[in-house]
Design a protein around this ligand. Structure first.
Ligand SMILES: [Zn+2]
Length: 323
C-alpha cells in the first residue's frame, strides 16, 4: 500500500525534477556514459481516422539513465531483461514526447503541448514539426490538456511568458485543475514538489475564464472528441477518444510511459505514477477498451510515430506502430 505521502511526493527527487520539466541536470550528470538521444528526423505523421486527420507531432526525446527507481515495483534486472528481449538498450531509456493534432472540418485541436523553449535541448521541436505538417500556431483553435505534468503543459507558454497558440481556447480536466491550483496543497507539499505547482501557475495563471475552460470526464468536449477519466498517473489524468464514420482514435496520454515496459507489463509502475494502484487499474481498463473496440491508439511517450494498434501479448499488451 502507498501512503498519503507517496501520493503527494510522487516518490523521489527525480520525480519532482520530471514534474517540473527539468531534465537537464539528469542529462548533464550522465552525458559521458549514455550519450544523447537520436532526434526524430521527420517529426510529424498524418493518419486518417474516418473523415478526420490525426497528426502526430514530436517535440523531442530525452535520454535518461535506467536507474532502479524507474520501475517502482520490479527489480532492475527484470526490467533490463524485458528490454533485452526486445533488442533495446539496458543502461538508458529514451523517452519521446509526442502531441497530436486533430484536424476535423474547420477545427484544429491540439492534444498536449510539449515543452516549447522550457525544456532540455533535445526538446522544443513541436512548432517546427507543426509547420512542416502545414500548419501555423495561429491555426490552432483549441488546446486540450491531459494532465498537468510539465512535459505536457509547459509548451503552452514560452519562457518569455507569451502564449504559444494565441488564438486557442485551452481545455483542462476540472479534477486535475482543482488538485494543482489548490494553494494550501502547494504550501504543504515538500520542497522538491513545489516546482511542479509553480509550473502550473506559470502556465495557467492570468488566463481569463474565456480562455481557460474546464471539462468533466465522460463528456464530448469538442464535436467528435470525448474525454474519459483515467485517474492515477495524476489525480485528474484524462484521455480522449475521437471518432468519425465508425473509426476511433484514442489518445491515451500517459496511461503508460514507454510501452516496451509498461504495455508489456501493465502491472509495473513507472516512478511518475502519482497513485500507482489507480494508474495500473486505469491502464488495464484502457488497453482492454482499445483492443476490444479496435481503436487506433496514440501515446505521448510511445516511440514515434507514436500511434498504432494495441494487441494482447501474454499478461500484457504489445504496441504495434503504424508502418
Ligand atoms: Zn508525460
Amino acid at each position: 500500500m502507498l501512503s498519503r505521502r507517496d501520493f503527494i511526493v510522487g516518490g523521489s527527487a527525480a520525480t519532482a525534477a520530471y514534474l517540473a520539466g527539468s531534465y537537464v541536470p539528469l542529462l548533464a550528470q550522465n552525458a559521458a556514459n549514455i550519450g544523447a538521444p537520436s532526434v526524430v528526423q521527420v517529426g510529424f505523421r498524418k493518419q486518417k481516422v474516418g473523415d478526420i486527420e490525426i497528426i502526430a507531432l514530436n517535440d523531442g526525446v530525452v535520454r535518461r539513465p535506467l536507474a532502479a527507481e524507474f520501475v517502482r515495483n520490479a527489480p532492475l534486472d527484470q526490467v533490463q531483461e524485458l528490454l533485452r528481449t526486445q533488442g533495446l538498450p539496458t543502461d538508458y531509456i529514451d523517452i519521446p514526447f509526442t502531441a497530436f493534432l486533430v484536424v476535423a472540418g474547420n477545427r484544429r485541436i491540439l492534444l498536449d503541448t510539449g515543452f516549447a523553449d522550457n525544456g532540455a535541448p533535445t526538446t522544443g521541436r513541436l512548432q517546427q514539426n507543426l509547420n512542416a505538417a502545414g500548419f501555423k500556431v495561429e491555426d490552432i483553435d483549441t488546446v486540450v490538456i491531459s494532465h498537468y505534468h510539465g512535459d505536457h503543459i509547459n509548451g503552452l507558454r514560452n519562457k518569455a511568458g507569451q502564449l504559444v497558440y494565441p488564438n486557442a481556447k485551452i481545455m483542462v480536466p476540472s479534477v486535475e485543475h482543482a488538485f494543482w491550483m489548490d494553494d494550501a496543497r502547494m504550501n504543504a507539499a515538500p520542497e522538491g514538489m513545489r516546482g511542479a505547482f509553480g509550473a502550473v501557475r506559470r502556465v495557467f495563471g492570468g488566463l481569463s475564464a474565456d480562455q481557460l475552460l474546464q471539462f468533466e470526464a465522460g463528456r464530448e468536449i469538442v464535436p467528435g472528441i470525448t474525454a474519459m477519466a483515467a485517474y492515477g498517473h495524476t489525480p485528474g489524468h484524462s484521455l480522449f477518444v475521437a471518432q468519425s464514420r465508425g473509426e476511433k482514435f484514442a489518445y491515451v496520454a500517459d496511461i503508460t510511459n514507454i510501452p516496451s515496459l509498461f504495455a508489456r507489463n501493465p502491472d509495473w509502475a513507472v516512478q511518475f505514477d502519482m497513485n500507482p494502484e489507480a494508474a495500473r487499474d486505469a491502464r488495464r481498463r484502457t488497453f482492454e477498451m482499445v483492443v476490444n473496440e479496435k481503436m487506433m491508439a496514440g501515446g505521448y511517450h510511445f516511440p514515434f510515430p507514436a500511434f498504432g494498434r494495441i494487441e494482447k501479448l501474454g499478461n500484457g499488451y504489445d504496441f504495434k506502430p503504424v508502418a
